[in-house]
Design a protein around this ligand. Structure first.
Ligand SMILES: NC(=O)c1ccc[n+]([C@@H]2O[C@H](COP(=O)([O-])OP(=O)(O)OC[C@H]3O[C@@H](n4cnc5c(N)ncnc54)[C@H](OP(=O)(O)O)[C@@H]3O)[C@@H](O)[C@H]2O)c1
Length: 276
């Protein structure tokens, strides 16, 4: 299969390259390829004529999006429009990678794929705009919402905890932000299975189970052999963006329709530390 991947140098993009290694891939990322350039996307994707486009490129700095809303909408909304139009012109299916942040986090139980979004930040609104553009422009689309991504070498919470534990004497993380830490290679594997079947729709792919940022940091330090590092719970953390208090996603469609399930988050985190 010919597959174009945007955001190919990012956490998920690199994991997709490994998982789809036996396919013919077109890798698109900055600085050579910019999803905000409509004519470039149209030409480069049109020339490759993929059967599937996996659109993972995004402005993923959630607080940065709050400070630069025009840039956020240009990349996450208009960039998605450009990629979707390019996919449309060569009759390719598209996978749009979206986020748990499209929900407000107040439901008190896991979100189903068809629960109504209520984004609370510029990042979340711009990603939801990308969902709507994908749905409007393409019949053959998969929307894959994931959450709290990490992988080796990426910029993510696990790396931040490890770095800060070398720089500071103690660390504090919030207990009132709950989500599902998700290993990018697991999402890549799920997406690889997904695109093998033309069962288009919305999917929730995260590792299973939830924890707070504090619990996650604790697990990271334990697995790094630093269980005795001074770590404290807090609920006071000021940041530019509002983020969901509890954004657990229920994987109903993937599990029920296609038998695609992801493992518990602690099992995946162990693999991260084993280097596999
Ligand atoms: N990270 C998370 O916790 C998380 C959670 C839920 C959903 N998601 C979604 O999952 C997807 C993948 O996330 P990730 O963690 O793999 O992100 P990532 O590591 O930040 O990768 C995103 C990639 O997109 C590139 N990019 C940014 N602007 C671009 C542009 N205008 N044209 C082309 N490429 C551009 C980035 O390049 P630069 O690094 O040079 O900017 C980066 O290589 C994103 O769509 C994100 O919204 C992420």
């Amino acid at each position: 299969m010919r597959i174009a991947i945007t955001g190919s140098a990012g956490q998920l993009g690199q994991a997709l390259q490994l998982s789809l290694g036996d396919q013919e891939l077109l890798l698109l990322d900055l600085p050579s390829f910019d999803v905000t350039d409509h004519s470039q996307m149209s030409q480069v994707i049109g020339d490759f004529a993929p059967q599937v486009v996996i659109h993972g490129a995004a402005y993923t700095d959630v607080d940065g999006c709050e400070l630069q809303p025009e840039l956020a909408y240009r990349i996450n909304a208009l960039g998605t429009q450009n990629v979707a139009l390019a996919a449309q012109s060569c009759s390719a299916a598209m996978v749009y990678i979206s986020t748990d942040y499209v929900f407000d986090g107040t439901k008190g139980e896991p979100y189903w794929e068809w629960d109504a979004p209520n984004p609370q930040s510029v990042y979340a609104r711009s990603k939801l705009a990308g969902e709507y553009l994908t749905q409007t422009l393409l019949l053959q689309h998969y929307i894959v919402r994931t959450a709290w991504l990490y992988s080796r070498g990426g910029k993510n919470f696990v790396q931040t905890v490890l770095r800060l534990s070398n720089e500071r004497r103690e660390l504090r993380f919030v207990t009132d932000e709950i989500g599902s830490p998700t290993y990018a290679p697991d999402v890549a594997e799920a997406v690889t299975k997904l695109i093998a079947q033309p069962v288009y729709g919305i999917y929730h792919f995260t590792n299973t189970g939830v924890c707070s940022r504090y619990d996650w940091a604790k697990a990271v330090l334990e697995l790094a052999g630093r269980a005795d590092f001074p770590l404290f719970p807090t609920s006071a953390y000021k940041r530019a963006a509002r983020v969901p208090a509890r954004s657990e996603l229920r994987n109903f469609c993937g599990a029920t329709q296609l038998g695609i399930t992801l493992r518990p988050w602690r099992d995946a985190l162990q693999d991260y530390f084993r280097g596999s």
